[in-house]
Design a protein around this ligand. Structure first.
Ligand SMILES: [Zn+2]
Ligand SMILES: [Zn+2]
Length: 462
């Protein structure tokens, strides 16, 4: 069988055990006082009717209790809905408890309101911490920190001590708060060790509390506790089997409370995690939708840009083609004009003599319009090319050989060359209103004797 005697050989471990026993002794010393005072509180707040559940007395929702009105875990049965007390007492007790609570937030989860008429401790539990005290039914089975919390949270105790039990910052915490901290430190120790200096401070604090001049010093149980603390401090305290059993029971109860708190905390964490997961899911969905919208918008912009670019390329291509066409057209016109100047402006006389300028001796032949009732002479280009119906598509010039038909044609061409050229236009023209010739982009002079076997106009021009 394993031996644990070595545990008590360590001084600091022994100190921790002493601190634990000291807290139990102090709790016993406070019990009588707290028990009596809570009975007085009970008579102040009033006795319940015995038929009202705490659920009946609280509205739905109530802060710290329930929040979902439509699916409430607290108001979860037809008999446990909010209603007024049939004899009009419990609602006032509820208000009185709130008025007695220093922070106006009683722990309704702990209390059984149907026992408010007979069980003092069901009222006292409203001043405890909300978790871990559901099964606690008396001052005796309430732990040290629970008892201190009742005193600190209930304003009734404000006049029960020689000091201010709720000093405001920056004043130092009162002796009750210091004692509660000892309870926490001893219970939540990581190594079950307390140094000598700290232990002496514990004894001082707890003894000071139990000997408070206002009330506690007059309580027999408090005085007995002070004597016991002194014996414990000086190693003269003999712990009976019964006391040891109470200590172990207390330790067991503490562990139970811790377990209960842990389970509740676990459930709470699970609920919060589920909520967080739901939120994350909803955020993820929202983000996906937003992302999708962004993607669609970007895709649309890319498509628009693509369409625009294609249009620009097509426009630029067409522009290039147009420019090229215009350039080629101008080139062709220049060649044509030069060709006419070189080949038509002079009349060849013989192979040995250079030709002479047509202007020097040319006389326009008389041109008359046929098929009209009255002979009409043609003197202008307008008359030659246009009729009342507009531009003549075909014009035939008839005449005896040698009368000057070909020469007339050549002179028309030369007048056109003269009109579209940039050179000065002071030459004598074949017909008047020579500016009419500007209406024609091109004039092609085709000699039939050079194209005797050709029937297509384009080929003849070529
Ligand atoms: Zn509710
Ligand atoms: Zn009632």
């Amino acid at each position: 069988m394993a031996s644990y005697t070595h545990v008590f050989a360590d001084e600091e471990t022994k100190n921790w055990f002493k601190a634990f026993i000291a807290l139990q002794i102090t709790k016993e010393g406070l019990t009588e006082f707290v028990d009596k005072e809570t009975q007085k509180i009970h008579s102040i707040v009033g006795k319940g009717c015995g038929n009202c559940f705490i659920e009946n007395l609280l509205k739905c929702p109530t802060r710290d209790i329930c929040s979902n009105q439509h699916n409430c875990n607290f108001h979860n049965a037809p008999g446990k809905q909010n209603r007024t007390c049939p004899v009009n007492v419990c609602d006032q007790i509820r208000i009185n408890i709130i008025l007695q609570h220093r922070f106006s937030r009683p722990s309704w989860k702990n209390t059984d309101a149907t026992k408010w008429n007979t069980h003092v401790w069901e009222i006292a539990k409203c001043f405890l911490h909300p978790d871990g005290y559901l099964q606690v039914t008396s001052v005796q089975n309430t732990d040290f920190n629970g008892m201190i919390n009742i005193i600190l949270n209930c304003i009734y105790f404000d006049t029960s001590f020689s000091f201010n039990i709720s000093p405001k910052h920056p004043q130092l915490p009162c002796i009750l708060t210091k004692a509660r901290q000892i309870g926490r430190d001893v219970r939540h120790t990581a190594d079950c060790k307390v140094t000598d200096v700290v232990l002496q401070d514990y004894f001082l604090t707890l003894t000071t509390l139990l000997t408070d001049s206002k009330c506690l010093s007059q309580h027999r149980s408090a005085s007995q506790a002070v004597t016991k603390l002194l014996k414990l401090q000086t190693d003269r305290l003999a712990i009976t089997q019964t006391e040891l059993s109470i200590l172990l029971h207390d330790a067991h109860q503490t562990l139970d409370q811790c377990k209960q708190v842990r389970i509740q905390a676990g459930m709470h964490i699970c609920q919060e995690l589920l909520k967080a997961l739901d939120q994350m899911k909803s955020y993820t969905n929202e983000s996906l939708i937003t992302l999708d919208e962004h993607t669609q918008r970007i895709l649309q912009r890319i498509t628009d840009a693509e369409t625009h670019a294609i249009k620009r390329i097509q426009q630029t291509g067409k522009q290039c083609m147009d420019d090229n066409y215009q350039y080629q057209e101008q080139e062709f016109l220049n060649h044509l004009v030069q060709h006419y100047k070189d080949n038509l402006s002079n009349i060849p006389l013989s192979h040995l003599v250079k030709g002479i300028d047509r202007d020097d001796f040319y006389v326009t032949p008389e041109i008359v319009v046929l098929y009209k009732e009255k002979d009409t002479r043609i003197t202008t280009y307008e008359q030659l090319f246009y009729s009342e119906q507009g531009l003549n598509r075909k014009i035939f010039i008839q005449g005896e050989p040698g009368v000057g038909k070909s020469t007339l044609a050549i002179n028309v061409v030369l007048d056109w060359v003269n009109q579209i050229s940039v050179s000065p236009k002071n030459k004598k023209t074949t017909l008047e209103h020579e500016e009419t010739l500007k209406h024609f982009d091109f004039i092609f002079f085709v000699s039939m004797c050079n194209s005797a076997n050709e029937r297509e106009l384009v080929k003849m021009i070529k």
